[in-house]
Design a binder for this molecule. Structure first.
Ligand SMILES: Nc1ncnc2c1ncn2[C@@H]1O[C@H](COP(=O)(O)OP(=O)(O)OP(=O)(O)O)[C@@H](O)[C@H]1O
Length: 952
């Protein structure tokens, strides 16, 4: 094995090589001067005196040009000041790099570079493509001599403005290089030539163009030769341009023997000794262009389309390489997003379903013509039009194969006769449509209805349709495990309650029930149990799976792949960017975009950086929306179905009893016992009741905080949280401060002026915000109509007060159906307060002075009547809260027990400034603390999401 060269040795070798190459170039120049012949070597030598040549050395084994484009030197030394080095010795990469500023190191080269590609087309001066056409990446050479930035448009520019032509005109006056007998030597200052710069890096021909900074088109194995098209141009072919000159046209190009032979074959040829350029009649234009196209060493830019049109002659085939892709624009049509090419347009015009959009200046076609178009375009050597990705052609297979136009997807009515009639008859029309959609999709979908539209009832119905395939797995945020249990009990009376298994700890079994409900975090801790595949899986708040790297996602994805039915639920499937949708898409359709990178390139505006790829952007959202709607997702906004919704949607959220610590449980039990102690006086009983109420507040704090954090993580932007006890209000505000969530707080200590100002602050807040409000101090006189969700962290015995509190959002100015969530904890005072409240509302409803739709939730707490002790406590609650003037007395008693709970003691706090306050871990056990990850950037994409998903 030989030793590697030292840096110094390498430098020396390189220097020597440079010298040898320079000597060779000088020698060639001398040869040319003495011979004056029309050979390409002569041309090179001629240019070597002035600078780089247009031509490549014939011997391709010798070092080749780097394809660097230089402005031709002016020997006159005019004020145009050609700063190109006169001596080939100076053609060093570093010189070029400085001179042009666009030199690229190999590692910066476009990925397309290694492919053998058609030559970069120096300019598109002869073509006036529609401005709005997205420019091909391959158009312009970017390396030009100093002072000629007008031709360095960057890879994306295809158009030339008038200024581009200006130097062309000026150049006519500087023709001081002697012409050979058979043709003029390159001298036109406006023409860019490839530099005959010796290779210093061992780059191959492909690299040459990369080095020039040109974005080379990828041909991806589509060899023109194969298709019988014209042979591929040499990588460093000589570029020239056709220019109108009265009723004739000139060809501006450096010396090229083959081309001169062509010139000489044309009947109308004429050589102008003054300009030293060949010119022709327009009748020879077509023949010349066709002949030039066959020459490997020449790339001739055609005349501007307008010039050709004036003559009434058929235009010459375009020599410009254009590259683009097909994009879906509707369920039935796709468009070609590609630069201008005459040949391509001619082809487009042959398609039956063609349509040209004058606004976007793009052509579109019916999907059924997609394959035909792509096949035909493949025969155009200068055009690369990428077809729609396979995922799209699969998703829209029926449209691709269709012979007639059908713009709407017909969803058949599902046969729900096997599902509990109670559930089926309760479905609102849009919910029924959702169930139909899901079943039409084989039970795999992302149900992305807006929050509060009843995704739970729809999911249960869809799952119940596949009941034969159960056991069912339901993965949910831990704060709503028991709410899901209640929902199953409520909507599926046929389901034996004992067949519902709510997994509470990591030690529980995941498969004991017919319906198994588990939190995301516990799921990731139950790896061993996940080996048993579930055929039917519901994932609530499926955006919790947006990050493939998380343990919850890693645990869930294999399950979802194996499952036959996958029902994902999320009101906010992506909150920041389309990348967040990827896992949910492949969870529903594992065959879609097997590689994230392909998805990222198309929909995440993927960008390569030195550190890797950045997928945080978004692109082609219209197409992504179509794809999702066609194959993956159903999303309805509240505004879409408002007429079907009740003005208020109340929901009892059964908070997890597992969150209540042993200490809090013991305090609760002691307080409950006190209430049922015989011989206690009425005053003592009431005291015990107040203590029980207070202990309930303390015990619920972890559940309440967990629920609020889950709401925030689920994208709920603005909501109110009502609580009664100061200890609860304090805990919530502390946590919001700690998480830096913008919030306001209004309690009994808040002055009237501050109340109004805080209210305004909340109303006008554009981003997420939480209003933490005291049930007794902020239940009236305030408007929070910019929110549409109210959470009751605590229950209060007077339903009138609760309803007033609800109406802070449900009032004039509110255009949405509002959600009201009551957090109810089992084994606490809530067991008594909740039925008591419902009972009172029912009575008021019957009397016509109140709504009575709490009744749907009564079943959830029926169990309390089974225990005589509980019955006794319930009686006590009833008596205490129903006595004349009880509210005032009770409030005073509560206040005495928990100073600040009714009037509050902490001043109104607002804003996000939070100090490191008490850790959530104080309130929550381990599972919960890890269950609510740090709030990151969210909401931004959700805004866009709505606008692109449901255009107004
Ligand atoms: N058809 C219906 N009949 C009676 N109640 C319904 C119906 N649909 C939904 N609800 C009630 O509306 C409330 C909101 O429903 P649900 O919690 O399923 O909404 P969601 O879409 O899951 O909202 P989020 O995204 O906020 O979780 C619940 O109390 C639910 O019981």
């Amino acid at each position: 094995m030989s030793l590697p060269l030292t840096e110094e040795q390498r430098k020396k070798i390189e220097e020597n090589r440079q010298k040898a190459l320079a000597r060779r170039a000088e020698k060639l120049a001398e040869q040319h001067q003495s011979a004056g012949s029309g050979s390409s070597i002569a041309a090179l030598s001629s240019q070597s005196k002035q600078g780089p040549s247009h031509s490549l050395p014939k011997d391709s084994s010798k070092p080749v040009s780097h394809g660097v484009v230089f402005k031709q030197q002016k020997t006159s030394g005019s004020s145009h000041g050609d700063q190109r080095p006169h001596n080939p010795h100076s053609f060093h990469p570093s010189t070029l790099e400085q001179a042009t500023g666009t030199w690229k190191r190999p590692e910066e080269m476009p990925t397309a570079c290694p492919h053998h590609s058609p030559p970069s087309q120096v300019t598109l001066a002869g073509i006036s493509p529609p401005l709005a056409q997205s420019p091909p990446e391959v158009s312009n050479q970017q390396l030009v001599g100093q002072g000629h930035s007008q031709v360095s448009h960057g890879a994306k520019s295809t158009t030339f403005d008038n200024s581009t032509h200006e130097p062309l005109a000026k150049a006519k006056s500087s023709q001081d290089t002697p012409a050979s007998s058979s043709g003029q030597l390159p001298r036109e200052a406006q023409l860019e030539a490839k530099a005959a710069r010796p290779s210093t890096s061992g780059q191959n021909i492909s690299d040459v163009h990369c080095g020039s900074g040109s974005m080379m088109p990828r041909t991806e194995g589509r060899l023109p030769q194969k298709l019988g098209a014209s042979p591929r141009k040499a990588v460093s072919s000589q570029e020239g341009i056709c220019v109108r000159d009265g009723d004739r046209f000139q060809v501006k190009i450096g010396y090229n023997a083959e081309l001169i032979a062509v010139f000489k074959s044309l009947p109308s040829r004429n050589f102008d000794p003054d300009t030293k350029m060949w010119n022709f009649s327009m009748s020879d234009y077509s023949a010349l262009m066709k002949a030039a196209q066959r020459l490997r060493t020449v790339t001739l830019q055609p005349l501007e389309a307008s010039s050709v049109a004036q003559t009434g002659l058929p235009s010459a085939p375009s020599l410009t390489f254009v590259k683009g892709q097909c994009m879906l624009i509707s369920r039935a049509r796709f468009e070609a997003d590609i630069g201008y090419s005459q040949e391509l347009i001619a082809l487009f015009k042959q398609m039956d379903s063609r349509n040209y959009d004058v606004k976007t200046r793009k052509w579109s076609f019916l999907l059924e013509e997609h394959n035909k178009l792509i096949e035909r375009v493949r025969c155009l050597p200068q055009v690369q039009l990428s077809p729609l990705p396979k995922t799209l052609t699969l998703a829209f297979a029926s449209q691709l194969e269709k012979t007639s136009l059908c713009l709407t997807a017909d969803v058949p009515e599902a046969d729900l006769s096997r599902v509990d009639p109670k559930l089926v008859s309760s479905l609102l029309p849009f919910q029924r449509a959702g169930v139909n959609f899901a079943i039409a999709k084989g039970g795999r979908l992302l149900l992305a209805d807006d929050m509060g539209l009843g995704k739970t009832i729809q999911a249960i119905c869809i799952a119940a349709f596949y009941r034969k395939e159960w056991p069912l797995l339901v993965v949910v945020p831990s704060s709503v495990r028991f709410t899901w249990e209640q929902a199953f009990l409520q909507w599926l009376p046929s389901l034996n309650p004992e067949h519902i298994n709510v997994v509470v700890t990591g030690k529980d079994r995941l498969t004991t029930g017919l319906v198994n409900i588990v939190s995301f975090d516990l799921l990731s801790k139950m790896e061993k149990q996940l080996k048993t595949p579930f055929k039917v899986v519901i994932i609530d708040e499926s955006h919790f799976l947006k990050n493939i790297k998380t343990a919850r996602c890693r645990a869930a994805m294999p399950l979802l792949k194996m499952a036959k039915r996958v029902i994902l639920l999320s009101g906010t499937p992506a909150m920041s960017r389309p990348a967040e949708l990827y896992t949910q898409i492949i969870a529903v359709k594992p065959t879609f975009f097997p590689q994230f990178h392909a998805f990222g390139l198309r929909y995440c505006d993927a960008k390569r950086h030195t550190w890797g790829w950045d997928y945080s952007g978004s692109s082609n959202l219209g197409e992504l929306k179509l794809l999702l709607e066609e194959a993956v997702m159903l999303r309805r906004l509240k505004s879409d179905v408002l007429s079907q919704l009740p003005a208020k949607q109340r929901k009892m959220v059964v908070v997890a009893p597992g969150r209540i610590s042993a200490k809090a449980r013991a305090s609760l039990d002691a307080a409950a016992k006190e209430m049922t102690t015989k011989d206690n006086s009425k005053g003592q009983q009431r005291e015990a009741l107040i203590l029980f109420f207070h202990r309930t507040a303390e015990a619920k704090i972890p559940c309440v905080i967990e629920y609020i954090l889950d709401l925030l993580e689920s994208g709920r932007e603005k909501f109110l949280v009502f609580a009664h006890h100061k200890v609860v209000l304090d805990a919530i505000t502390k946590e919001l401060e700690r998480k830096k969530v913008q919030h306001i707080r209004i309690d009994g200590t808040t002055s009237s002026a501050d109340r109004e100002q805080l209210c305004q602050q909340f109303q006008l807040s554009e981003r997420h915000a939480v209003a933490v409000l005291s049930i007794t101090a902020a239940n009236m006189g305030l408007t929070f109509s910019s929110a549409d969700l109210v959470v009751f962290a605590e229950l209060f015995w007077n339903p009138g007060v609760l309803m007033q509190a609800e109406d802070r959002v449900h009032r004039i100015g509110q255009s949405n159906s509002v959600g009201i969530h009551y957090l109810v904890a089992r084994g606490t005072a809530d067991d008594y307060l909740w039925p008591l409240i419902q009972e009172k509302i029912k009575v008021l409803g019957e009397a016509g002075v109140s709504e009575a739709n709490f009744s749907e939730m009564t079943e959830a707490t029926d169990y309390i009547y089974k225990d005589p002790k509980q019955l006794k406590i319930y009686d006590l609650f009833q008596k205490s809260f129903e006595e004349e003037g009880s509210d005032k007395d009770l409030l005073e008693a509560v206040e005495a027990f928990d100073p600040g709970s009714t009037s509050g003691t902490s001043g109104s706090a607002s804003g996000t400034s939070g100090s490191g306050s008490q850790d959530l871990g104080d309130w929550l056990d381990g599972d919960t603390a890890t269950g609510s990850p740090e709030k990151k950037r969210r909401f931004e994409f959700f805004d866009n999401w709505d606008s692109f998903t449901f255009p107004l």
